[in-house]
Design a protein around this ligand. Structure first.
Ligand SMILES: [Zn+2]
Length: 303
């Protein structure tokens, strides 16, 4: 149901197995001026559990600052559960997207059961930035950095601890699960892999899936690269044959990716690849409907 891992002195990762739809990772950094929290959770209950575990581990350290790694609800709906005095940071595109997020008001019939949101409301960041900003808690520096282009989403941000060499990647990394880029860019997601590698992180907290480290990261990045190239190949072949994204996905052999959870994201990712190749807008609800069709029914949740 979620557990807190101290991956360095005062550096905490909140990991929610099995990392599938709406089950994200988050974290926090403790310093002399309290906590810097990285992401919240999808629901009130899960965010309260995360914050409760943090309070227990840190003797009730105050949550001074939080940051959202991107706009998606599993990382941001719980913002409204943070203390009122917490200052929330995010990329300006992330703030804009959360303000118009439709799912918090009425979840489309895509997931079943519909996540039990509890009392979450839209609470966007109050401090926004375009490139990067650093915050301190005591002497401890935490950098919030945007890759410079859309990847998982237009407003992706990582949290980087340069002293401790810990990287909170947000959903630029799905460790052992099917990556999702339908609201971002496949080309950007590919590009972001080298950017992530260049940090030289010793510990990495992915947006979903188990923690990894300097030894494990190259394999995780290589798997992402193979998957993104696979999606681009399926899209290229499908478009050449006049197939819809759904038809192209149904014909594709998942190969080594068949073991990854949330395989239906292939359809969503193909919708993005098609839209970008055609210079068209992507129809979000149509894409989600196709993912349900590919899966053969609503996508299971456990939130
Ligand atoms: Zn996401």
């Amino acid at each position: 149901m979620g557990s807190l891992h101290e991956i360095g002195p005062g550096v905490h990762a909140w990991v929610q197995p099995d990392g599938t739809w709406w089950l994200n990772n988050a974290g926090a950094v403790a310093g002399d001026d309290g906590l810097v929290v990285v992401d919240t959770c999808a629901t009130e209950r899960r965010t309260r559990r995360f914050l409760g575990a943090l309070a227990e581990a840190t003797g009730g350290a105050p949550v001074r600052v939080a940051v959202n790694t991107h706009q998606h609800g599993d990382h941001a709906y719980g913002n409204s559960v943070l203390p009122a005095e917490t200052v929330i940071f995010g990329h300006e595109a992330m703030r804009a997207a959360l303000l118009v997020d439709p799912i918090i008001d009425g979840c489309p019939p895509v997931w079943e059961p519909v996540p039990d949101w509890g009392n979450v409301t839209r609470r966007p960041p109050s401090v926004v930035f375009r490139d990067e900003v650093a915050v301190y808690t005591g002497a401890r520096r935490v950098e919030f950095r945007h890759p410079g282009y859309a990847a998982h989403t237009p407003g992706d941000v990582v949290a980087w601890l340069p002293e401790e060499r810990v990287l909170f990647s947000g959903d630029l990394l799905f460790h052992g699960l099917t990556p999702l880029v339908f609201m971002g860019s496949l080309e950007g997601a590919l590009r972001s892999l080298d950017w992530l590698a260049a940090f030289g992180a010793e510990r990495v907290v992915p947006g979903h899936g188990p923690l990894t480290d300097a030894a494990g990261l190259p394999g995780v990045l290589a798997a992402h690269e193979r998957y993104y190239r696979f999606v681009l190949d399926v899209a290229r072949a499908g478009r050449a044959r006049g197939l819809t994204p759904l038809a192209a996905a149904r014909e594709a052999d998942l190969g080594e990716f068949a073991g990854w959870a949330d395989a239906e994201r292939l359809v969503l990712n193909l919708h993005r690849a098609y839209a970008d190749a055609e210079g068209a807008e992507m129809d979000l609800l149509a894409a989600l409907g196709d993912a349900v069709a590919y899966h053969g029914g609503p996508l299971p949740t456990s939130v």
